[in-house]
Design a protein around this ligand. Structure first.
Ligand SMILES: Nc1ncnc2c1ncn2[C@@H]1O[C@H](COP(=O)(O)OP(=O)(O)OP(=O)(O)O)[C@@H](O)[C@H]1O
Ligand SMILES: [Mg+2]
Length: 285
């Protein structure tokens, strides 16, 4: 959990009110103690206000940069693609390997920046979900295309299970896609062999759509399953190098899911792969 998040959680408005009220309601016999509590309440209120100001300053700084930051990375990746396509003459194998490495690192940097910008949007409170009719089949087709493009460990197979007759749903396409991108990205990152399966299921009774991402990777210990959605929380990911990330993915998933009225669940036993399930109402409330 980040410093700011911690401060907000500890000194958030509800607790702030509780502390202030506690200060007022202390019986006369412990008036001195009450005075101290009042002072502490004031200190806490000040810290909270400072944290809010720092958060606003951070948002104001990052917002104007949000369009500029990704541009140089697009240029690097674009030039890399041209080099690989032989636009300036065919490359030797060792030269290709260097260009691929350069592009992979640029993509990794892009993902990090995209996560920070997303976090900034979420914290700024300005990012509103944009609900529209979504054709579940077309959506899954796009998710599959995106997943096929992501580099996987050698021999890891990707499957898509798309039952016929899935109904359309009203949700936010971009947010849904980002959620699936992060879940599939994790499945790929933490799976050295076996398979990754993306599937969908419609529950007519509950009027819920379910998207699942299952992998046969390292899995997640039961004791860690509540913490994986916390900001900056990461397990022992030494097996997932070189691109370990910073532990923002599932935190963003949880926040985005909340915005579209969806829920994310995880099932896993350490060493036996993981299953992430996203449950979305066909229509938002
Ligand atoms: N499919 C999975 N299999 C095994 N462990 C997982 C899986 N998905 C998430 N985890 C565990 O949960 C932690 C948090 O995941 P999260 O996506 O938030 O962060 P990350 O992938 O480590 O970094 P980032 O998403 O910022 O690149 C991971 O570090 C990993 O320990
Ligand atoms: Mg991740």
């Amino acid at each position: 959990m980040g410093q700011l998040e911690r401060t907000m959680k500890t000194f958030g408005p509800t607790q702030e009110n509780l502390i202030a009220r506690a200060g007022k309601q202390l019986p006369g016999g412990i008036r001195n103690g009450g005075k101290r509590v009042k002072e502490q309440a004031e200190e806490l209120r000040l810290s909270y206000r400072k944290a809010q100001e720092a958060n606003r300053a951070k948002t104001d700084l990052i917002n104007p940069l949000s369009h500029e930051l990704p541009i140089p990375i697009h240029v690097i990746v674009g030039c890399g693609e041209l080099l690989l396509d032989g636009a300036w003459g065919m490359l030797q194998e060792n030269q290709k390997a260097i260009v691929v490495k350069m592009m992979q690192n640029a993509c990794y940097l892009f993902d990090l920046i995209a996560d920070l910008l997303e976090l900034n949007r979420l914290d700024g409170g300005k990012a509103r979900a944009c609900f529209d009719k979504i054709d579940a089949h077309r959506f899954l087709g796009e998710v599959e295309a995106m997943a096929r493009f992501m580099p996987k460990a050698e021999g890891v197979a990707l499957h898509l299970k798309k039952p016929a007759g899935l109904p359309p749903l009203f949700s936010d396409w971009d947010r849904l896609k980002m959620i699936l991108r992060k879940l599939v990205g994790n499945a790929i990152k933490f799976t050295k062999s076996g398979e990754i399966t993306i599937s969908a299921h419609f529950d007519p009774e509950e009027q819920m759509m379910e998207f699942t991402v299952r992998d046969t990777g390292f899995g997640i210990d039961k004791k860690d399953q509540q913490r994986i959605f916390d900001m900056f929380w990461q397990g022992n990911n030494s097996h997932a190098r070189p691109f370990t990330g910073v532990g923002l993915g599932l935190y963003i998933v949880k926040r985005l899911a909340g915005q579209i009225g969806a829920k994310v669940e995880v099932e896993s036993e350490g060493g036996k792969g993981a299953l992430f399930r996203l449950k979305i109402p066909l229509r938002p409330d």
